[in-house]
Write a protein that binds this ligand. Structure first.
Ligand SMILES: O=P(O)(O)O[C@H]1O[C@H](CO)[C@@H](O)[C@H]1O
Ligand SMILES: [Mn+2]
Ligand SMILES: [Mn+2]
Length: 398
């Protein structure tokens, strides 16, 4: 293939690592949110992310991240991306990156779920339902977990996203049973009346409210992609597609040849190291979810910063291991400012860092009009025709 500039492309999504309120943040009540900026402020100059810094994480911003200087000679090309999908959840963000922006109306449940849905869940599972409101997942198990241990009731809750989340103590509702209930819930909300982005199984362990801990058996049952994605088109043309972490759930495995489940960010980076040692031609799409699930939603800026610093060390290894014809693109799927009100995602622009050892220059890629530019660039590289919903920046990279 004559045009193929890069043989392997690694797309690395730092889940929820946004870089400042998007211009439509007001519509979401998210004006003033800035995940990276506020994590930097919480660290008062002590946030040490030298590899992200080298790649130019502060160069993309109007004000640099505290303690992280803008580089004079950055290693990567850099920019930001703006989201056009109607929501600010992981599914919206990742689908849009793969040229499938979510423009249909999804169902949200700010006042709890409709009774008919709850009745069906009870009938299927033989269990009563408690919760039934938007809430933080760790708060709701603290509140209702002991009740669940006594009664076996299901804890069903939502958030600002289009989600039905079901929390279940593994000791009393086995994970397999929980998954079956979630699959059933999935079948109820694929439209047209209710169209829900994700059903999320939230298993946890522990005997008392102070010791309840969620486990890595979390599983997301997303809406099936409503059309073809960049990964489908790559696969059809014989290029290899690999999903690491939540990617597999978010696309219901559609368009993915080889998938890896992550136990944590560090486990995810182990998978990345493993995949990098393989010889393939194609695209590896990676999601690291701890930033979001463990620190963003928990509104814990110190934990968030530590996760960034831990990731940064592993990023150093990735950079060292990259081959001449590899391309690394680092971005995020939405924001989740750990200093913001509430516990929901925040509508932010996301960083875009694009690095290859073969590139000689650092180019400012500006603010991309849609996350789909990410996928368009991948297709352009491999000479594959897709939906043309984004603008490739391949030719900007030198
Ligand atoms: O509070 P927890 O259970 O982590 O849930 C959060 O995780 C979901 C998926 O990102 C979000 O919609 C938010 O509700
Ligand atoms: Mn996400
Ligand atoms: Mn989240």
């Amino acid at each position: 293939m004559e045009k193929m500039k890069y043989k392997r492309i690694f797309g690395l999504v730092l889940d929820s690592v946004g870089t400042g309120a998007a211009d439509d943040a007001k519509n979401f009540g998210d004006e003033g949110s800035d995940t990276l900026g506020h994590v930097g402020e919480a660290y008062k100059g002590m946030l040490k992310i030298p590899n992200l810094q080298k790649l130019s994480i502060s160069n993309i911003r109007e004000n640099t991240i505290e303690g992280v200087a803008a580089e004079e000679e950055p290693l990567a090309s850099f920019g930001k991306m703006k989201e056009i999908s109607v929501g600010k959840d992981s599914m919206d963000g990742h689908w849009e990156m793969m040229e499938l922006p979510v423009v249909q109306k999804l169902s949200f449940f700010p006042n709890g779920f409709p009774q008919e849905l709850l009745d069906k869940l009870t009938e299927f599972s033989g269990r009563n339902i408690v919760g039934n409101r938007p809430e933080s997942g760790t708060k709701i198990i603290e509140e209702l977990g002991e009740h669940q241990l006594e009664t076996g009731d299901l804890i069903v809750y939502t958030s600002g996203d289009s989600v039905i989340q079901i929390a279940a103590n593994e000791a009393i509702i086995p994970v397999e049973e929980l998954y079956r209930i979630c699959e059933y819930a999935r079948s109820l909300v694929n439209g047209p009346e209710y169209t829900v982005g994700r059903i999320i199984a939230r298993p946890y362990i522990g005997k008392t409210k102070d010791t309840f801990t969620r486990t890595a058996n979390r599983h997301d049952f997303a809406l099936k992609p409503t059309g073809k994605t960049v990964m489908d088109y790559l696969q059809e043309d014989g290029f290899k597609t690999i999903g690491v972490g939540k990617i597999n759930d978010i696309f219901s495995k559609q368009g993915i040849d080889e998938g890896y489940h992550n136990e944590s960010n560090m486990d995810g980076m182990d998978h990345v190291d493993h995949v990098m040692a393989e010889d393939f031609t194609g695209f590896c799409f990676i999601n690291l979810v701890d930033f979001d699930a463990m620190y963003g939603h928990r509104r814990n800026p110190i934990g968030f910063g530590q996760a960034l610093m831990d990731f940064d060390v592993r990023l150093g290894t990735v950079i060292e291991n990259m081959k001449q014809d590899d391309l690394l693109m680092i971005t995020a799927d939405h924001g989740n400012d750990p200093t913001f009100k509430g516990s929901d995602h925040t509508r932010e622009n996301v960083p875009l860092l694009v690095y290859s050892p073969q590139n000689k220059k650092s180019v400012n890629l500006g603010t991309r009009k849609t996350f789909s530019d990410f996928g368009a660039t991948i297709l352009d590289n491999f000479g594959v025709q897709g939906e043309d919903r984004g603008t490739s920046f391949l030719d900007n990279l030198e």
